[in-house]
Design a protein around this ligand. Structure first.
Ligand SMILES: [Zn+2]
Length: 397
């Protein structure tokens, strides 16, 4: 399968260093980016004219709470994953399947949390949802788990574990042991931070805990929804080196403080993004892009850097090979442009002003899953155009 994107006006790499590429066309073969600015071949399954618009990696939402496929019980909504695809998201990482109706947070056993993760990986995580890959099956760690449980998780393809209900300060040695067991099996460790969450049962976590726990990703450090104290945010930036996540569910004031400090210290490569939805914040198809726009429109980051936080940074922190526009990587790509009425003459100006762009196409592994315009954004003033398309392979998705 061969796809070519041409007529690119602005190309964003998804990498914090060198976030812009001087590229006018991208060739895609069998779902992966083959190269840039090649002489066009004569047979393509799809040829897409970006019409001078912007090309960027599909967004990576590092913090979602799936339950059962596209149904979310927290808002009793259907089809949320497909709606997020139309907001530009092509990959999601579960932060735990904790919204299963009837789940008793006060009585979670090692068997139960392991079983939930295994079932989630084998269902929501097994297939793509309108192209979107959801890395589901993130185990919510509880005391009493043994290496046997971690073996079961690894065998089921679970890639992440998370501390949220675990009494970290009361059981430090046990927590550190679990971090080691997870890493020995190639799993990454996330931890809920800040105040109590919607569950009412999550444990508070700030710098003094994170300093010894040393997770791979500290989740929603500016609030999910309640942030840790300002001094803890500062200390995290100054004295630790792991990934720091900001979520759409958080406290904007704390996000501004965190981002400014990371920028001052040249540490933007540590910043990852998520929505922390579905949940009490709702179902927000444009949520991740809105958080990206807060970084570019309010926090003073360049549009290319803000895009990198929502794509390459988040993918790398979770060990995923998506989120960058580079040869050999999956061709998960968003084509977007400025909307009539938004600030400035181009996509970059709109993002710098914090204005939402119009998404006209989303490709997942080279296959156009959104064609012409997104159902969730205003139309781009100049949408991408498709030609010489052979859509017979669409039925394979
Ligand atoms: Zn969460």
């Amino acid at each position: 399968m061969r796809v070519r994107i041409e007529g690119i006006g602005e190309c964003y790499s998804g990498q914090i260093e060198a976030s812009r590429l001087d590229v006018q066309s991208i060739d895609i073969v069998d779902g992966r980016i083959e190269g840039f600015d090649r002489v066009p071949g004569d047979s393509y399954d799809a040829r897409i004219d970006a019409a001078g618009g912007a090309v960027l990696p599909g967004l990576v939402d590092g913090h979602v709470h799936p339950a059962f496929g596209e149904w979310t019980p927290t808002q009793d909504a259907q089809g949320w994953i497909g709606n997020y695809l139309h907001g530009g998201t092509t990959t999601m990482v579960s932060a735990g399947e904790l919204h299963i109706p009837g789940l008793d947070y006060a009585n979670l056993s090692p068997e139960l949390v392991t079983s939930i993760a295994v079932v989630s990986a084998a269902t929501t995580g097994r297939i793509r949802w309108r192209g979107v890959r959801v890395h589901a099956g993130t185990c919510l760690l509880v005391p009493g788990m043994t290496e046997h449980h971690f073996d079961r998780l690894a065998a089921a393809g679970c890639r992440f574990v998370k501390f949220i209900f675990f009494p970290l300060e009361d059981r430090r040695e046990e927590a550190i042991r679990m971090v080691g067991w997870a890493r020995a099996r190639g799993m990454r460790v996330k931890v809920h931070t800040g105040g109590v969450s919607r569950s009412g049962a999550s444990r508070m976590c700030g710098y003094s805990t994170l300093d010894w726990l040393q997770p791979d990703v500290a989740a929603h450090v500016s609030g999910g929804p309640i942030p840790m104290p300002d001094e803890d945010i500062d200390a995290l930036v100054d004295h630790t080196g792991f990934a720091l996540e900001v979520c759409s569910s958080g406290n904007d004031r704390s996000t501004l403080r965190l981002v400014r400090r990371l920028m001052e210290q040249g540490q933007l490569a540590r910043l990852t993004l998520g929505t922390d939805t579905p949940g009490g914040t709702g179902v927000i198809p444009r949520g991740l892009f809105r958080t990206l726009l807060f970084l570019s429109g309010v926090c003073g980051m360049s549009p290319g850097e803000a895009i990198a936080c929502a794509t390459g940074n988040t993918a790398r922190a979770h060990g995923l090979d998506v989120g960058v526009i580079a040869p050999g990587h999956p061709a998960d790509i968003v084509i977007a442009g400025r909307v009539d009425g938004s600030a400035g003459p181009g996509f970059e100006h709109a993002l710098a002003h914090g204005d939402f762009p119009g998404i006209s196409s989303v490709l997942v592994e080279g296959i156009p899953m959104v064609i012409g315009r997104s159902e969730q954004t205003p139309p781009a003033a100049r949408p991408a155009l498709f030609s010489c398309c052979n859509f017979s392979w669409l039925g394979n998705r």
